[in-house]
Write a protein that binds this ligand. Structure first.
Ligand code: NAD
Ligand code: ATP
Length: 280
């Protein structure tokens, strides 16, 4: 079969752009029937034609070269298209492949596609967050959805009630409340005292942020319908993966549950316990 591969390099990162060039050269020169396309910024840097990243949605897979932020960004843009994460960032928790191994892994994936017509991927759950009656929705979150008051710290919080499947879990004054996926458990959730979750576990985590009268972080059923109601403040925000942000008009309720469409990662799986060392 013909194979089409998308490649996104972290912007302003010459090393990432060079690796993108190497992958383009390797795949286009050494393999017949394989086409590559890069994103617009990478294209400008390596003097190739680039396409908007959402247009890579019809590729067999997309290579994200950069840090965790770049992978989160690519995942937002390409939806269900499988992603291979190559780590050129500082933490690189979501990206299992080292730059020196990228060529080999990419060619292996192309080989697999040609032999079997498909790729074995791992599905990572995302969260959907929406306002009352579905009036608005955030981009699906791979890490977490945060609802917080006007700002972090003294005097910046709000009262936030947490309901799980219609039952109250806790109400407290807090900087915010976050709902994390297993993937996101090692990110913001960890800084706020939430538990680490093994990536193969099917669960959601609800963690209060600097609550004055809080409850322990809760590991919730993946099917849970979570409602966060924010009050006693002029403004508040709901944020997906630190990027897609919605200003709320309190009192306001944000409904959070597992999204229909997961992210699919391909390539070698990072060893979770080894990867934890990166967080220290
Ligand atoms: N205090 C905090 O820990 C804090 C505050 C804000 C945002 N964040 C995280 O940053 C994410 C957005 O990432 P970005 O790179 O666009 O922003 P960013 O540039 O602010 O990076 C935040 C850091 O989080 C790391 N990170 C992201 N996802 C991770 C994961 N699943 N496991 C371990 N580390 C991870 C990144 O490598 C980076 O070091 C948000 O989803 C949130 O989880 C963390
Ligand atoms: N090729 C690109 N085209 C457009 N925007 C990009 C591109 N690459 C990265 N970005 C933007 O940069 C952000 C990610 O970069 P960020 O500085 O957070 O680095 P990172 O991948 O997390 O690496 P590090 O770990 O070094 O911080 C994305 O959210 C996106 O907005």
């Amino acid at each position: 079969m013909d194979v089409a591969v998308g490649i996104v390099a972290q912007r302003n990162n010459a090393r990432a752009q060079e690796l993108a060039q190497t992958l383009v050269d390797t795949l286009e020169r050494e393999y017949e029937g394989v086409t590559t396309v890069v994103d617009e910024l990478t294209g400008a840097a390596i003097e190739a034609d680039g396409v908007p990243i959402p247009a890579m949605g019809d590729r067999e897979f997309v290579v994200s070269i950069g840090g965790d932020g770049t992978l989160l960004f690519v995942a937002r843009e390409v939806g269900a298209t499988p992603i291979l994460g190559v780590n050129l960032g500082e933490v690189g928790f979501l990206n299992a492949v080292a730059p020196d191994d990228a060529r080999e892994v990419v060619t292996e994936l192309v080989g697999q596609l040609r032999e079997t017509g498909s790729l074995e991927g791992r599905k990572l759950a995302r969260l959907q967050a929406s306002g009352a009656d579905g009036a608005w929705a955030l981009d699906p979150a791979l890490n977490e959805v945060v609802v917080h008051g006007p700002r972090r710290g003294h005097g910046g919080g709000a009262t936030i009630e947490v309901e799980i499947d219609g039952q109250q879990y806790t109400t407290s004054h807090a900087d915010g409340v976050l709902v994390a996926t297993p993937t996101g458990s090692t990110a913001y959730n960890l800084s706020e005292g939430g538990p680490l979750v093994q990536p193969t576990a099917d669960a959601l985590v609800v963690t209060q942020m600097a609550a004055s009268d809080g409850m322990p972080p809760l590991v919730a059923d993946p099917g849970a319908e979570i409602a966060l109601t924010v009050s006693d403040t002029e403004t508040a925000y709901a944020i997906s993966d630190g990027h897609d942000r919605r200003e709320l008009e309190p009192p306001a309720t944000v409904s959070i549950s597992v999204a229909d469409e997961p992210v699919t990662l391909v390539g070698p799986r990072a060893n979770f316990f080894d990867a934890l060392e990166k967080l220290e």
